[in-house]
Write a protein that binds this ligand. Structure first.
Ligand code: KIV
Ligand code: NA
Length: 264
């Protein structure tokens, strides 16, 4: 098995082979996802929520993200590892985007970067691609803009459909190798998927995208509180871990752990 590369994803779209992208934030989970055969791992800025406990993705910094990327790359030798550029680290100019992405590629050893926005970040995508950095775009609901989008809402309804299509075309023309569509009506996401030559990666965007992406804590039952409608629970890691921790503490309190076989 060789490392997944951008051209493999392109070939899969041409063949009609669907693939799964999953977030990862550390070495240990990345190793499990590598063993599961997940071809693309995203070190999402959702680390803001699931690693650092912030309410939104707005506060997380480059310096908080880079060490997570390093761990994921070490844990998953066959995955294409994408580093999500945090809010404020690329919007100012193509030069700012380049400086940030170089750090993620050199210090984080990422293979690609992701950023949010359509037409408005096309110059950034073009500059990164020209510099040899593959870019995954992200349109529809873009969590870094939660303060202007008016909360977690489906995007591309009504008049918004035209803008979504324009954004999708703009990121493809700027050189993005794929595009995440978040919280977009299924039919519109299907339309965009057929229109584009690059793979579309859906999250809350129906079943007609070329690929899907989820936050692993959401799909594995490791998130506290309510998960969005687009999440399916594929496992119950949270309850299993809570039980393991409680059993450990109980056995320590009872004096039954460590037993003779754990002792020297
Ligand atoms: O940060 C993240 O996890 C993401 C994906 C959910 C697309 O951007
Ligand atoms: Na993100």
């Amino acid at each position: 098995r060789r490392r997944t590369r951008v051209h493999h994803l392109q070939a899969m779209k041409a063949e009609g082979t669907r693939w799964a992208e999953l977030t990862a934030y550390d070495y240990s989970s990345a190793r499990l996802f590598e063993e599961a055969g997940i071809p693309v791992l995203l070190v999402g800025d959702s680390a803001a929520n699931v690693v650092y406990g912030y309410d939104t993705t707005v506060p997380v910094t480059i310096d908080e993200m880079i060490p997570l990327v390093r761990g994921v790359v070490r844990g998953a030798p066959h995955a294409l590892v994408i580093a999500d550029l945090p809010f404020g680290s690329y919007e100012v100019s193509p030069q700012q985007a380049l400086e940030t992405a170089f750090r993620f590629m050199k210090e984080g050893q990422a293979h690609a970067v992701k950023l949010e926005g359509g037409e408005r970040v096309a110059p950034q995508i073009a500059a990164l691609t020209a510099a040899g950095i593959p870019v995954q775009a992200h349109i529809g609901f873009t969590p870094q803009s939660v303060n202007t989008l008016g909360g977690f809402r489906v995007q591309g309804r009504g008049d918004g459909a035209e803008q979504l299509i324009a954004d999708a075309i703009a990121v493809q023309e700027a050189g993005a190798f794929s595009v995440v569509m978040e919280m977009v009506p299924a039919e519109l996401a299907g339309q965009v998927t057929r229109k584009l030559t690059i793979p579309t990666v859906g999250i809350g965007a129906g079943n007609e995208c070329d690929a899907q992406v989820l936050v692993w804590q959401d799909m594995a039952g490791f998130t506290s509180g309510k998960t969005p409608k687009f999440v399916k629970l594929f496992g119950e890691v949270g309850p299993a871990l809570r039980t393991a921790a409680a059993d450990y503490a109980a056995e320590v309190a009872a004096g039954t752990f460590p037993a003779a076989e754990h002792s020297f």
